[in-house]
Design a protein around this ligand. Structure first.
Ligand code: G4P
Length: 528
């Protein structure tokens, strides 16, 4: 197949949701419907076995959350679908944000009883900033949940997009009867089902005006019919161009645990979601169909064996064709690598990859040569922008218990910083201990645990008075210098030597903003 054909049949997306909305369940059911697994349950099982395979992940096991994101590839109809999982726990949202830079679309799962929840809102902001098209799945319709019209209003309010229902639920909870497919004018009847896929007995009834449905489902149907008529009169029809521009989200109702509504979501991914698009590098635009390989490291994960300090760099292919054993150049430093044991993530099993195309994700095991944001090419020097680092909201000072192990502390922090596990700041004030910045408390615990387990260095974490950081820039370098000199006790440099202004309160930040109008204060820094 030509590169063009391969690119056109790729769909790469992430599932975003608040913990417990049903992301894991839906992921399993998508794999089930795509034929990548036969019986649901393996994703959860694998999650559990992954916990067992490494020591530092004890922490995660204890808390029953997933620290690591993973990648799954499946084939459905003529398409190759890459599904990037994101950690649901909010302490790891920074990792999630970066995963969102590697996808072309997002699938938002909402618990119909809870509506749009805080964790989802933050993730949506990232999607909105990048105009990522979003498909919405409203889950758990088999429970007593919010009214569908209210849910739609909530979505519109929070994501600032038109929510266009593709289907409409008839009843809910114990009286959930099925969903009405608005475009096809058919009602598919709900049938609780569990682990296996079996659509041989699916019941479909035609027509919103069909007296048979009205008679059979009574009030639930009349109410759904009224809602549908209301919506058809009041809201825009689905327009793919609007969806691709991130201005409309198609909404599906269902129940993942019951296999209900899953097929519709898969079909929407294939039919509506975009294939990989062009990416903008500082030097030029990179088109996915270009013959030469380019890719970006959007995530670095410590490998399962702490003794070897192996890491896997997750690379999203941006263009061309990847062949096993090809020579690649790291744009940051011009170094050459020749990865042979590159892995793909085919439906839960890691497999050696022979070739990959734009939209695919490959994992390159390495010993620290690849950093977050690195660009790999066949020789050209390219730099992509857009890998976000968010200003931490929590700070702790870190010191080593045994002064003889200061070198281990520095190495460990440098590597964990590169991996994106934590942000490390070096205050310019003399004698200042290194500062760690995180968006979630759990990040500190993971870092302390890993420093001890992987670098043999017991670290002491101490409270810090800071509660906010802003990266600072100015058009005129002299102005920036002046600001840094005048506020030296509040300035620290991050791993790429970008200066940040640290404050103890929002009020303190506002005062600085007023006093120094020529300085720009950034809550987010883009790599590159
Ligand atoms: P997450 O990855 O987003 O955190 O959610 P997950 O899929 O683990 O689902 C969270 C809980 O919601 C699970 O129950 C799951 O069974 C349930 N769930 C998922 N989809 C549906 C649905 O369509 N209807 C109903 N009623 N429940 C659903 P749990 O008790 O926490 O876990 P488990 O013991 O069932 O594994």
């Amino acid at each position: 197949m030509s590169i063009q054909t391969e690119v056109a049949r790729r769909r790469t997306f992430a599932i975003i949701s608040h913990p417990d909305a049903g992301k894991t369940t839906l992921t399993e059911k998508l794999l089930l419907f795509a034929g990548a697994i036969q019986i649901a349950g393996s994703v959860k099982a694998r999650k559990a076995s992954r916990h067992a395979s490494s020591d530092w992940m004890e922490i995660e096991k204890q808390r029953g959350i997933s620290v690591a994101s993973s990648v799954m590839q499946m084939e459905y109809r003529d398409c190759v679908i890459n599904l990037l999982d994101t950690p649901g726990h909010q302490d790891f949202s920074e990792d999630t944000y970066r995963v969102l830079t590697a996808v072309d679309a997002a699938l938002m799962v909402i618990d119909a009883a809870n509506g749009v929840e805080p964790q989802t809102i933050r993730l949506l902001q990232v999607c909105r900033a990048r105009n990522t098209p979003i498909i919405t799945f409203i889950n758990k319709m088999d429970r007593e949940v919010k009214e569908p019209l209210d849910l739609l209003a909530e979505i519109e309010e929070h994501i600032g997009m038109d929510a266009v229902p593709m289907s409409w639920p008839v009843g809910m909870g114990k009286a959930f009867e099925g969903v009405f497919d608005i475009a096809r004018d058919k009602m598919r009847l709900f049938r609780p089902g569990q682990e296996r896929r079996d659509d041989s007995k699916d019941d479909v009834i035609d027509g919103l005006d069909n007296p048979e449905i009205a008679k059979r489902f009574g009030d639930a149907f009349t109410s759904a019919k009224n809602d549908i008529e209301l919506i058809q009169a009041a809201s825009p029809v689905f327009d793919r161009a609007e969806f691709l521009a991130g201005r409309q989200t198609p909404v599906f109702f269902g129940s993942a645990i019951n296999n209900f509504g899953v097929q519709e979501v898969l079909d929407a991914l294939v039919e509506q979601a975009p294939p990989p698009g062009a990416r903008t590098a500082m030097e030029r635009q990179v088109n996915p169909e270009e013959p030469k390989f380019t890719g970006v490291v959007f995530k670095v994960q410590a490998n399962m064996d702490p003794a070897h300090r192996d890491r896997v760099a997750f690379v999203r292919v941006s263009s061309g064709k990847f062949n096993r054993g090809m020579r690649l150049k790291v744009s940051r430093n011009g170094k050459e690598i020749r990865p042979n044991n590159v892995v793909s993530f085919l439906s839960q099993r890691r497999e050696l990859v022979d070739e990959a195309y734009a939209g695919d994700v490959i994992g390159i095991p390495n010993h620290g040569i690849l950093h977050l944001g690195d660009v790999l090419t066949e020789g050209e020097s390219l730099h992509f922008t857009g890998l976000p680092f968010f200003a931490p909201e929590l700070f702790q000072a870190v010191e080593v218990k045994d002064p003889l192990r200061i070198k281990q502390l520095r190495t460990g922090l440098a590597q964990l910083g590169e991996e994106g596990a934590i942000q490390v700041f070096r205050p310019i004030a003399a004698g200042g201990a290194l500062l760690l910045g995180a968006v979630g408390q759990l990040q500190f615990e993971v870092v302390a645990h890993r420093l001890a387990a992987e670098y043999g260095c017991e670290a002491r974490m101490m409270a810090s008075r800071y509660s906010m950081a802003r990266w600072i820039t100015a058009e005129d370098p002299k102005e920036l210098r002046k600001f840094i000199d005048a506020n030296a006790s509040h300035i620290a440099y991050d791993v790429v030597e970008a200066p940040a202004f640290l404050v103890t309160s929002g009020a303190q930040l506002r005062v600085a903003e007023e006093r120094y109008p020529s300085i720009r204060f950034h809550a987010m820094r883009e790599h590159g």
